[in-house]
Ligand binder design. Sequence first.
Ligand SMILES: CC(C)(COP(=O)(O)OP(=O)(O)OC[C@H]1O[C@@H](n2cnc3c(N)ncnc32)[C@H](O)[C@@H]1OP(=O)(O)O)[C@@H](O)C(=O)NCCC(=O)NCCS
Length: 145
Amino acid sequence: MADVSVREASEDDCDEIIRLMQEFATHEGNLHLLKTSVQSRPRLVGYLLYMWSFTTMSGRFLFVEDLFVEKNFRRKGVGSLLWASAMKLALSWGCGYMQWMAKRRNTMGINFYKKLGAVETNTDSIMTFTLDNDAMKTACSNIVS
Ligand SMILES: CC(C)(COP(=O)(O)OP(=O)(O)OC[C@H]1O[C@@H](n2cnc3c(N)ncnc32)[C@H](O)[C@@H]1OP(=O)(O)O)[C@@H](O)C(=O)NCCC(=O)NCCS
């Protein structure tokens, strides 16, 4: 187990979290899409970004947007500690489940989730839609006129 501690992020952590987001985006090949900058602060080695969400059928659930651990700190239990912290939070809020997305080619992430006992819930009948900023503006102007 790595010698790390897990805690809620604060405003002071923003620069360090952005640095990790840049590393994550580089890892994913998406760095050109990240529109942020960074200055140095005390060191963080991983982060988990979550948000609360809600369904009419099941009530509140916790959606995990990002999970990232720096390369040199992987396979030392850091990801598990971050995930445990999110699970405790979700349980304390009475969430029925947690949810997140993973790229099919991300075997590292998938192995991590399988070890947790997570189940893939893809179905052929559900589609995910996206409206980008320009499309929203166009759709709005078409509807409101
Ligand atoms: C996925 C990630 C967060 C895991 O963090 P971590 O700190 O290495 O995870 P842990 O050390 O807690 O691993 C827990 C278990 O997950 C599984 N696991 C984690 N990484 C694995 C790998 N590369 N290959 C196979 N199994 C792996 C193992 O079962 C491991 O237990 P073990 O080490 O006792 O065998 C980390 O690899 C990472 O940041 N990857 C890049 C970003 C990413 O893919 N994020 C997920 C996006 S969906």
